[in-house]
Design a protein around this ligand. Structure first.
Ligand SMILES: CC(C)(COP(=O)(O)OP(=O)(O)OC[C@H]1O[C@@H](n2cnc3c(N)ncnc32)[C@H](O)[C@@H]1OP(=O)(O)O)[C@@H](O)C(=O)NCCC(=O)NCCS
Length: 248
């Protein structure tokens, strides 16, 4: 059974990595495959309650491959970790069939309580290099997570997420006109510096945008208050004038 599972894991590498030339290549030169062999063994031991030995084998695998898979994690068939260095898969992570991870991916937790605290990846998910998928969230079937994205919420089936925090990839802007001189297509919306609808996945730029919005709102409020004050002062001055005119 475990032999059959490992053969399917090897064939998955051949299908998904154009650099893989043969089964020998995968067996001897793929750290992702080595980590998986250790995981399949340690997961068995974990299931039998031999927690110490399971953890020790997982630690040995990490030492040899740079990939840390907790033996309590659940991993489906034909799983492929390409390159692998820096991958961390937490204890309560659940991974479906035909899932692919690249180097530097974390399937991590965001809380210290002992229950389900790591993500669930449905069948066919691809997670790009350096992406962090954090918390007990669900990544739907066939979804793709872009390199270096930070995913903090559920991802629907088939959706591609990019950026920090991760957001769905927007459809390309519609072409509505062509340039009179060059005849080239002109997009419907102007996108400064080519960023997607100005929604740049940069937390510093986003914080600055928010500060600018707050300053503009405060300025408007101050102007409004000054106008009211001026109106009130003008009203008071008119009130003082009225009795003097009446006496004369
Ligand atoms: C997310 C990903 C799957 C999208 O691929 P795709 O469907 O071909 O999408 P596109 O390349 O057309 O990009 C769509 C938009 O998302 C943006 N985008 C793509 N990947 C991104 C990323 N990782 N971070 C931020 N933005 C990204 C593109 O700039 C593009 O924006 P635009 O519409 O404003 O031009 C792919 O870019 C990716 O990151 N794959 C991981 C690959 C990887 O880790 N390889 C490691 C090999 S060692």
């Amino acid at each position: 059974m475990i032999f059959k599972t490992l053969m399917a894991d090897i064939d998955a590498v051949l299908v998904r990595d154009p650099a893989a030339k043969s089964r020998f290549d995968v067996v001897f030169s793929y750290p992702g495959f080595h980590a998986l062999v250790f995981y399949r063994l340690s997961h068995r031991l974990w299931g039998w309650g031999a927690h110490f030995f399971a953890r020790w084998i997982s630690h040995l695998a990490r030492w040899l491959t740079g990939i840390e898979i907790h033996p309590g994690a659940t991993i489906g068939q034909r799983f492929f970790i390409d390159h692998g260095m820096g991958v961390v898969i937490g204890e309560t992570a659940e991974i479906g069939d035909d899932v692919t991870l690249y180097q530097g991916v974390t399937l991590g937790g965001t809380s210290l309580h002992g229950g389900k605290r790591h993500p669930t990846l449905a069948d066919g998910v691809v997670v790009g290099a350096g992406a962090q998928v954090l918390g007990p969230l669900m990544v739907g079937k066939g979804a793709r997570i872009g390199a270096n994205a930070v995913v903090l919420h559920d991802v629907p089936d088939g959706v591609t997420m990019v950026g920090i925090p991760a957001r769905p990839v927007q459809p390309k802007p519609k072409v509505v006109d062509s340039d009179a001189d060059s005849g080239k297509a002109v997009p419907l919306e102007f996108c400064a510096y080519g960023t997607q609808n100005g929604d740049m996945p940069d937390p510093v730029a986003r914080a600055i945008d928010q500060l600018c919005e707050q300053v503009t709102a405060s300025q408007k409020r101050i102007e409004e208050l000054e106008r009211r004050l001026a109106r009130d002062e003008a009203g008071d001055a008119a009130g003082d004038e009225a009795p003097r005119v009446a006496k004369n």
